[in-house]
Ligand binder design. Structure first.
Ligand code: ATP
Ligand code: MG
Length: 466
């Protein structure tokens, strides 16, 4: 090194390095370490097996009757009694008039836990380590003589947690959660309530049912057993109710096909993470029906390539039937909407034709048939259908509901909940007194329902034209 002096390193002990390492080696907070160390000291003869409660909820498993968990009250040192958050969980719907339940969320607790003839000591502790508020971690600390029975317990409780009990898997907020509410609503969704052109209705049902019947055929043809379908069209014409009726039919098959229902990709860890979670669960649950409601809002430009990567990347998607609904086919990337093998078939749900509107009126006629006070002859169906040109089914529904409410209110029915669904509707109709008299052949203008529907259709049409 000519012309340059080597730099003298001073002092011999690197102060800067020492400062840095000192600065970077503050005590980490780890609840796990603290607890495991304490348990090992307290029970040197036992093994400590740690298992996160998120995937293996031992207390819920015991609550469901598969094991028992008896709390240990610490009489010697009551300060260390269990810590719980008690929360009131209201009924899912106010309309159900349920009482709701009180639920305890254990932050710290000790139990004698029995499963399958084996006894364990169980500690449950919530450790909100570091500054991050999410995710919270609660762990099970299982103290056991042998590890094998604890392993069996973990497997059984985890499997139990993954099973559905009158629930549907819904992806929302970044993770899969169970929805009992969606399950309930699907139980009321039936194909006979969906009015569509016969050929199209048959095709959309067959498309899905045949897919799940045809595993062997796909195999013989050496093509991957996967399929994608899009339902598109203007709002309120049956995309969602068709998906729900399909879900119901799939649960009713000899071997039930589960639905995985995706509401949004947004999550604490970003949409790419969500897509990974969604497809790995779909592969695990396959054969399954994977629903993306509002596909255009789910698969935005920024996540398109991740989506395609999951759909036709290297991993097998055998047994997955995807269905996506959208109002805006044009807003979907052509890579998604125009390439078979991703979404192979598309069904258009248009505003109903005259015949379909007549059929829809007959559907309402059937719904109201047990109301002797309301006159609803066949010719009213045709008349209503004729004045509702360009109406969606949802608009037609609104015309009926608003007209029936107006009639009921004019007769003094108090406090009707407009959003209460079919049960409340029967209250509404039963409150109608003999305002309209049943006659052999009344003229249209004698019918209260006709007069009221005409009014409502006018209001709705003005709203539509705005
Ligand atoms: N084809 C149909 N047959 C019978 N009722 C229908 C039909 N389409 C819509 N309806 C009525 O309108 C309501 C809304 O329909 P749905 O939610 O299926 O519309 P959608 O096509 O999913 O609309 P969006 O594009 O806004 O999501 C349904 O609950 C139902 O009462
Ligand atoms: Mg919809």
């Amino acid at each position: 090194m000519t012309g340059s002096q080597s730099i003298a390193i001073r002092p011999a002990h690197d102060e800067t390095g020492r400062e840095y390492f000192h600065h970077s080696s503050g005590q980490r907070i780890s609840t796990d370490t603290v607890i495991v160390e304490a348990l090992r000291k307290q029970y040197p003869e036992l093994n400590v097996v740690v298992s996160p409660q998120g995937s293996c909820n031992l207390l819920a498993f015991a609550d469901a009757g598969h094991a028992s968990a008896i709390p240990i009250e610490d009489t010697a040192d009551p300060v260390y009694a269990p810590i719980k958050w008690r929360q009131y969980i209201p009924p899912a719907r106010r309309l159900d008039h349920g009482a709701g339940v009180l639920a305890d969320f254990v932050l710290f607790g000790k139990y004698v836990y029995k499963y399958n003839g084996h006894e364990f000591l169980l500690y449950v502790a919530n450790g909100r380590d570091g500054s991050s508020a999410y995710p919270q971690i609660t762990n099970n600390y299982i103290l056991t003589k042998e590890e094998r029975p604890a392993d069996e317990l973990i497997i059984a409780a985890t499997k139990y947690g993954q099973e559905l009990h009158n629930e549907v898997w819904v992806f929302d907020g970044g993770y899969w959660q169970k929805s009992g509410e969606l399950w309930q609503s699907v139980q009321h969704s039936k194909w006979e309530d969906v009015i569509l052109e016969e050929g199209m209705k048959k095709a959309i049902i067959d498309d899905v049912e045949n897919f799940f019947d045809s595993r062997e055929t796909y195999k013989r043809l050496k093509v991957p057993w996967k399929r994608g379908i899009i339902y598109y069209g203007p709002p309120g014409n049956g995309k969602t109710i068709s998906i729900k009726a399909m879900m119901h039919a799939l649960y009713k098959r000899k071997e039930a096909v589960p639905t995985l229902y995706v509401r949004t990709l947004s999550s604490f860890a970003g949409p790419e993470y969500s897509l990974g979670q969604i497809f790995s669960k779909a592969r695990r649950e396959a054969p399954c029906y994977l629903v993306f409601e509002d596909l255009d809002s789910i698969v935005s430009d920024s996540v398109r390539s991740y989506f395609l990567n999951e759909v036709d990347g290297l991993r097998s998607n055998d047994g997955i039937l995807m269905v996506g609904s959208t109002n805006h086919l044009d807003r979907l990337d052509p890579g998604i909407s125009k390439r078979p093998s991703r979404f192979d078939r598309k069904y258009y749900f248009p505003d109903p034709s005259l015949e379909e509107r007549i059929a829809y009126c007959h559907y309402w006629q059937g719904k109201l048939s047990d109301n002797d006070d309301l006159d609803f002859p066949d010719k009213l169906c045709t008349a209503i259908a004729k004045i509702t040109d360009k109406f969606s089914f949802a608009y037609m529904q609104e015309a009926f509901v608003a007209a029936l409410l107006a009639i009921a209110v004019s007769q003094g029915a108090p406090n009707i909940d407009m959003y209460a669904g079919p049960e409340a509707m029967s209250v509404v109709t039963s409150r109608m007194s003999s305002y309209t008299l049943v006659r052999d052949d009344p003229g249209l203008d004698d019918l209260v329902l006709w007069k009221e529907i005409k009014k409502q259709v006018k209001i709705l049409r003005e709203e539509m034209d705005q």
